[in-house]
Design a protein around this ligand. Structure first.
Ligand SMILES: Nc1ncnc2c1ncn2[C@@H]1O[C@H](COP(=O)(O)OP(=O)(O)O)[C@@H](O)[C@H]1O
Ligand SMILES: [Mg+2]
Length: 265
């Protein structure tokens, strides 16, 4: 196994608050890796620093073997790390097809002159982009809406369109910030299935999420942050029964943890 993303010794302070205090972890290619932790543990700061939306005080970020530490967000995106945001960013008045075409254009090597002259390179880029869009829309289970305006979709479905848009340029990894926050509980399963399908098709994800059940169902590996440090990491099953995680993350007392462990045994 090889790491697509490895971060080492991440440090970031805000006016004396150690948001990240030396965080190190890796994401294997082809995996779904979860990043969890209580409120204020540093999850958002970690992904902001990794994706270039915040400046690190110290540490390194390596993407598929290349050092991308300190590069601006658009360059990290071009190097192959895309991210989605907690608030959805889709164009309601455009069809799913057009939303995805626009996402691809931002990374398209075709120049304005190519487009104007309708060169072969331009036509090939458009065809490749359409193939990719159709494939992704099928994997997220929204093929019946391909030509429909994105505005008619539910909030959870729009989150899937935003995810498909992030995948259009064939990134090496997508970082998702709370993919089921604010999503109707009856629709969470749709997002879970879509992520599983995309992962089976070869996509790699790092998911920051508050919903522990969602994370433990989906993730091959889970990293747990507490107060800007890595508390532990392991498989979903290991994390689920780790007394330190239950105490730190779920706010359980040692007695409650003991009762839980007896129940699980
Ligand atoms: N822009 C900021 N200015 C000051 N403090 C911040 C800022 N962003 C985050 N923090 C602090 O850094 C710590 C980690 O926050 P954050 O990364 O948002 O945690 P999480 O996403 O796990 O809830 C918290 O103590 C938070 O108050
Ligand atoms: Mg956060």
């Amino acid at each position: 196994m090889t790491a697509i993303l490895s971060v080492a010794g991440l440090r970031k302070s805000y006016a004396g608050v150690h948001a990240l205090d030396g965080v190190t972890f890796e994401v294997e290619g082809g995996s779904i890796t979860g990043l969890i932790g209580p409120n204020g543990s540093g999850k958002s700061t970690a992904i902001d620093c990794i994706s270039g939306f915040q400046r690190l005080d110290a540490g390194t970020v390596t993407l598929a073997g290349s050092d991308v530490t300190g590069r601006p967000a658009h360059r990290i995106a071009r190097a192959g790390l895309m991210r989605t945001f907690q608030t959805v960013r889709v164009y309601d008045r455009l069809s799913l097809a057009d939303n995805l075409a626009i996402a691809a254009q931002q990374f398209d090597p075709a120049t304005w002159a190519d487009e104007f002259l309708r060169t072969r390179r331009y036509r090939q880029a458009v065809e490749a982009s359409e193939r990719r869009a159709r494939e992704l829309v099928e994997l997220i289970g929204l093929e019946r809406y391909y030509g429909a305006e994105a505005g008619i979709l539910s909030y959870g479905q729009k989150k899937l369109v935003a995810l498909a848009a992030a995948l259009m340029p064939h990134p090496k990894i997508v970082v998702l910030d709370e993919p089921v926050a604010g999503v109707n509980p009856s629709r969470i399963r749709e997002i879970e299935v879509a992520l599983q399908q995309l992962n089976e098709a070869g996509e790699t994800f790092l998911i920051v999420e508050h919903n522990v059940e969602f994370i433990t169902t989906l993730c091959h590996r889970v990293i747990v942050l507490e107060q800007g440090r890595k508390l532990t990491e392991g498989t979903a099953a290991e994390i689920h029964t780790d007394p330190r995680v239950l105490e730190a993350y779920l706010g359980m007392t040692p007695e409650m943890v003991e009762a839980e462990m007896r129940g699980a045994a």
